[in-house]
Write a new protein. Structure first.
Lengths: 192, 247
């Protein structure tokens, strides 16, 4: 039991209390449920890997996006984490493909550009397989540092590099926007 | 308990539970304060961009009975590092300022001199040139923390080093003359000792605008980082990253 609690505690966002609660839940659950959980954990490690083209987590290589015939393979959206893809897919309006960096530049954590998965993006760009790269890293200091760094690396004739807009959330009120959000919204304004 | 208000610089944030952030602030009123920003991760409405590292804010927080962590109520942005372009060297330099403040300052002890130093160096780091403000900040932090040895005399024999060569070593607490230097010492140039003397006499703004390549004062920075690391007994993550940046 304490072994299970110790293992659960290693998960992000799980403290001692949560780990105990989860462990007791598993203890009380049916044999089938517990076995299904264990099998799912085993399978995720055994079958999932990174797409060799875009670094997305996948069970087939290349992943569903990179192998899709209906997606625009020349339009690449760069995100920090695989989970960010779901957020963009939800819009149902993006028909390009992705590139996952698996992190962002974070000096306080010792993470520089060398630690990010950039090499295969550069290979795609150098092979002239890309018309536009949309940089969709987070609107934070780390995400901005990553975007600025990438845009410098990607700069070459014939390749468009764009950054997603930052600004006022839809449905909110300009009155409550902080000064930096407002400034970014002004910078990112568009012609009507 | 009553809500406190203070100017502050956000040093770093850590994820805490599902939606909360643990925030380290360098407040003008009370020095380094740790607080919890409830739901800051999920709902950005209350804090917006105010909790990004190195944001200069007006913070409202309250202490909770028998608890070490304050409750961070809200933050108003006074100046954000995101207002200027975040190049990679600038990101590392900003991280360096945050790491030094976080590692060197004690909890809950106001230090207005360091606060003013940090603000002026952050202003100096708005542009793309980082080496002058970084050198200035390391030098003054080392001195204000009381870790800076006398730079004009040999720590072994006491002889003046003015006009003579000077050496330093990772395990020694000061500069040494050519006779007393240890094996594998590095040299600190006359120019860099001159720079340090100038920086003690003038505000950071007065050095702005003059070109300052990475090699200028590199020996001084190495000496300062070694001195700081010896006192805090650990490696500074951002020091190595700064070193790997090109000119
Ligand atoms: Zn893929
Ligand atoms: Zn001597």
């Amino acid at each position: 039991m304490s072994r299970l609690i110790d293992e659960l505690k290693k998960l992000p966002g799980i403290g001692s209390k949560s780990a105990q609660r989860l462990a007791f839940y598993i203890l009380r659950s049916s044999d089938e449920d517990a076995e299904a959980l264990a099998a799912a954990v085993r399978d995720v490690k055994a079958n999932l890997r990174l797409c060799s083209t875009c670094n997305n987590i996948t069970d087939v290589d290349p992943c569903v996006y990179c192998s899709s015939a209906t997606r625009n393979q020349r339009l690449v959206c760069v995100v920090e984490e695989p989970t960010n893809i779901a957020a963009i897919e939800k819009t149902k309006h993006f028909n390009g493909v992705y590139h996952v960096l698996h992190g962002s530049i974070s000096p306080l954590h010792g993470i520089g550009p060398e630690q990010l998965r950039i090499a295969n993006l550069m290979r795609r760009v150098e092979g002239e397989q890309v018309d536009e790269v949309i940089i969709a890293t987070n609107p934070t200091v780390e995400g901005e540092a990553t975007a600025v760094y990438l845009s410098g690396q990607l700069r070459r004739p014939g390749l468009k590099v764009t950054r997603i807009a930052m600004g006022i959330p839809v449905g909110s009120d300009i009155e409550y926007a902080d000064e930096i959000t407002m400034l970014k919204a002004m910078e990112g304004r568009r012609e009507l | 308990m009553a809500l406190k208000e203070s100017e502050a610089i956000v040093l770093r944030t850590y994820d805490l539970r599902e939606a909360d952030l643990l925030v380290t602030l360098f407040t003008r009123a009370e020095g380094k304060v740790r607080g919890v920003a409830r739901s800051a991760k999920r709902s950005k409405r209350r804090f917006g961009g105010a909790l990004e590292p190195l944001t200069y804010v007006r913070a409202y927080y309250e202490d909770r009975e028998r608890q070490e962590l304050a409750r961070l109520d809200s933050c108003e942005v006074l100046e954000s590092p995101l207002a200027a372009e975040v190049s990679y060297p600038r990101a590392v330099a900003l991280g360096h300022v945050a790491e030094l403040l976080d590692e060197l300052l004690p909890d809950r002890e106001a230090n207005d001199t360091v606060f003013r130093l940090a603000l002026s160096v952050l202003a100096g780091l708005r542009g793309p040139d980082i080496w002058m403000p970084v050198t200035y900040f390391e030098l003054w932090m080392t001195r204000l923390m009381g870790y800076l040895p006398e730079l004009s005399e040999c720590m072994v024999c006491g002889r003046t080093l003015n006009g003579s060569r000077a050496y330093f070593h990772a395990l020694a607490d000061g500069l040494m003359c050519p006779e007393d230097k240890r094996l594998a010492s590095s040299e600190m140039s006359v120019e860099s000792r001159g720079l340090a003397a100038q920086m003690f006499r003038a505000p950071v703004e007065s050095f702005a605008g003059t070109p300052w390549p990475k090699r200028q004062g590199a020996d001084l920075r190495k000496f300062l980082i070694q001195t700081l690391q010896r006192h805090i007994e650990k490696k500074l993550v951002t020091a190595g990253m700064l070193e790997r940046i090109g000119t």
